[in-house]
Design a protein around this ligand. Structure first.
Ligand code: 8YV
Length: 327
């Protein structure tokens, strides 16, 4: 490609990433970081050859149908692509890429942080101290639950699920998982992981559940109201994947009624809106989608985006292509 491609970036990215993009491409940045409205997106797509969206942009069939003829690549800044109608994009000859791998460890760390925070009442305790309410130690006050020796059920045993399993194993948890198919015998042996073909049966027997699968039509409300009722009353549910995988309203109700022990949530069904019932619950630890929020992670994600665009620009297949068949 002789000329630099016109690249539209929808949000403010880390400085080194923006600098490199401006060197390599004809890049339109969003320095204000204000999310673009659908109309602004359509306007940007009238001339863009490459779009770099994030989780906060909905690139649906309506937007894609109004894109200009030049749009050839959507290089998502993020691993999850549920914000993009990949089937429509592919049908229109637009390549879609994502940034897998580079946020695995950070997201797994955050999953462990939420498991510990929910089980050991970290946020409740910190709030007591911060509000000046700590009047001294007591043998029976603020007791949480030990995690060592408990059963962790991982829903979705891909890269992130396995990284969670590695960490959890060293915390003394036994590893159980539900996945479309079992992991290789070598990985299963390393993690001493037990495969549950039936999600229902696994849910009913775990002390802690961690959601680590992508959000696709098949996983929407995978943890439905019916399935949440299978959880043991002391069980803790952690989600660092996507809010849509859990029926958030049923979860809030289960937590409020004491049918579910606790929750650690980094993602929400109607993000950034959060079910108001959840906000009032002491047994729910809520974070603002921080799973991949490290300086290193966000720079690595940007580098992946750049490699995908550069490879495409040089006439090769970008390394992180997302195909409908993969979803
Ligand atoms: C990202 C994420 O920050 O990559 C993902 O799928 O959920 C996040 O950690 C976000 O997607 C950026 O677009």
């Amino acid at each position: 490609m002789a000329q630099k491609p016109k690249v539209v970036v929808t949000r403010k990215l880390p400085d080194p990433v923006e600098t490199r993009m401006c060197e390599l491409f004809d890049t339109q940045l969003n320095l204000s970081d204000r999310p673009m409205t659908p109309d602004e997106l359509v306007e940007a797509l009238a001339t863009a050859e490459v779009l770099v969206p994030t989780v906060t942009d909905r690139i649906d069939s309506r937007i894609l149908s109004r894109a200009g003829p030049n749009l050839r690549l959507i290089a998502n800044f993020g691993a999850g692509v549920d914000n993009i109608d990949v089937a429509t994009a592919n049908a229109r000859g637009i390549t879609v890429t994502n940034t897998p791998g580079v946020l695995t460890e950070d997201t797994a760390d955050m999953t462990m942080a939420l498991i510990l925070a929910a089980a050991r009442r970290l946020v409740e305790g910190a709030n007591v101290v911060q509000s000046g309410g700590f009047s001294g130690w007591s043998p029976t006050w603020m007791l949480g639950r030990r995690i060592a020796g408990k059963r962790l059920g991982i829903v979705g045993m891909g890269r992130i699920g396995q990284a969670v399993a590695r960490r959890a194993k060293s915390f003394g948890l036994s590893i159980h998982y539900h996945n479309r198919k079992p992991v290789s015998p070598r990985i299963a042996e390393d993690l001493e992981a037990t495969y549950w073909e039936s999600l229902d049966q696994m849910l009913a027997r775990m002390d802690i559940i961690s959601v680590n699968c992508p959000h696709t039509p098949a996983t929407y409300h995978l943890l439905s109201g019916r399935r949440l009722k299978l959880l043991q009353p002391h069980a803790i549910l952690v989600n660092t994947a996507r809010g849509e995988i859990i029926d958030e309203s049923a979860l809030a109700e289960g937590l409020a009624k004491g049918e579910i022990g606790g929750a650690g949530l980094d993602v929400f069904e109607f993000e950034p809106a959060i079910n108001p019932k959840l906000l009032k619950l002491p047994n729910a630890v809520l974070l603002p989608h921080l799973g991949s929020a490290t300086v290193e992670g966000r720079i690595d994600m940007g580098e992946k985006v750049i490699i995908n665009i550069k490879t495409w620009m040089d006439g090769h297949r970008p390394p992180d292509r997302v195909l409908t068949a993969m979803l």
